[in-house]
Design a protein around this ligand. Structure first.
Ligand code: NAI
Length: 346
């Protein structure tokens, strides 16, 4: 279980089960070298428990790299809750999950991820103090998605200038896979900057809204990655950059919010071989964790957090400089850079 090829060992993995509520969760603490492990909780239907474990292990390692590159005083962790097949009491299920989080005594701090909401986080506060992403009356907090979108936006903007040699986003064609919490905000930022959007989502209402409000062109979900565009922004699922999709890509730049976009490390090499620059997901999508981390530390203030998220632009620029010297792919360079930072911050 712990010998997955692109994994480094995890410090701690808790399998939490509660027969009363039907909770089955995996809480994975990858690294606490920089501080307590911080990362969201995914609520998802998995084919089997091993698939859930694999997801938790991969995502928590990604959080270690993300938090290190974002210069946060936190390590990496992630939790997944296996969605019960039948009826269930959602508040009770998340209460049980909150108790599991609390049982780790602060080694892991949770927040939203795919399938979980600000209401789930709020409900958990009665059971654990190690939860963030909570709406607070008149104070900083809540949904991290707009901050994630902003970080991806500045990354695309930097990539378009540095990689594509364009002066701005004006007229640049961007394909957006997924118009969810992050994808929609990203679409708005890009539209305001003059980009032309090509979009796909399984939810037809979201697509229609992007057509009506943002002048987006709609394509099918099977066509979005191979669209005739300058940039592809994956904002839905992981592992979308793989042996099937990479040969068909027309874009020269990939930057999006989805976690674990590369199916395997070799897929990063395959992108490079095709002359496509991939900005690693955990570098560009750190806006949300920056937001919930500052909220958790009571350091949240809108302008300051947005300025901190904007610093992702400088790190994208640094990565692009580093690969010129090292000759590495962006994925391998970012991985090495992040791992060199898995030590207690000064
Ligand atoms: P979400 O669930 O709100 O949005 C996902 C969207 O993708 C939905 O609109 C869904 O209908 C669509 N979708 C699903 N399958 C699709 C397919 N095959 N083709 C096209 N569209 C499809 O999730 P959210 O929060 O926007 O996150 C998106 C991605 O970004 C996830 O991978 C998440 O892990 C990652 N992420 C999110 C952060 C956040 O702050 N919300 C932070 C860091 C990463």
């Amino acid at each position: 279980l712990f010998g997955l090829p692109d994994q480094s060992p995890h410090e701690r993995v808790l399998l939490a089960a509660d027969p009363v509520t039907g909770l089955k969760a995996i809480l994975a603490v990858h690294s606490t070298a920089r501080g307590p492990a911080f990362g969201g909780c995914r609520f998802w239907s998995y084919d089997n428990e091993l698939a859930a474990l694999n997801d938790a292990l991969r995502l928590s390692q990604g959080m270690s790299l993300k938090n290190a590159l974002a210069n946060l005083p936190f390590g990496g962790g992630k939790a997944v809750i296996i969605k019960p097949a039948g009826d269930f009491d959602r508040p009770a299920l998340f209460a049980a999950f909150g108790r599991a989080v609390q049982s780790l005594d602060g080694a892991y701090i949770t927040a939203e991820d795919v399938g979980t909401t600000t209401a789930d986080m709020l409900g958990m506060t009665a059971h654990t103090q190690y939860v963030s992403g909570i709406p607070r009356e008149g104070a900083f907090g809540g949904d991290p998605s707009p901050k994630t979108a902003y970080g991806v936006f500045v990354s695309i903007d930097e990539g378009v200038k540095r990689v594509l040699g364009r002066e701005s986003l004006q007229g640049v064609r961007v394909a957006l896979q997924g118009l969810g919490a992050v994808g929609w905000h990203l679409a708005e930022y890009l539209h305001r900057a003059g980009a032309q959007l090509v979009v796909a989502d399984v939810n037809a209402d979201k697509v229609a809204r992007a057509q009506a409000k943002l002048g987006a062109q709609a394509v099918g979900i099977g066509e979005i990655l191979a669209a005739e565009v300058d940039v592809v922004a994956p904002c839905a699922l992981g592992a979308v950059l793989n042996a099937q999709s990479i040969p068909a890509l027309k874009a020269k730049l990939i930057a999006g919010a989805a976690n674990n976009q590369l199916a395997t490390a070799a897929d990063g090499d395959a992108l490079q071989a095709r002359g496509i620059t991939y900005l690693p997901d955990y570098l560009v999508n750190a806006g949300g964790i920056i937001s919930v981390a500052r909220e958790f530390r009571n350091e949240g203030e809108e302008t300051a957090v947005m300025n901190e998220v904007a610093q992702i632009r400088g790190r994208v620029a640094e990565l692009l400089d580093r690969i010129k010297t090292s000759g590495q792919t962006p994925a391998r360079e970012a991985d090495a850079w992040a791992r060199s930072l898995l030590v207690k911050p000064a």
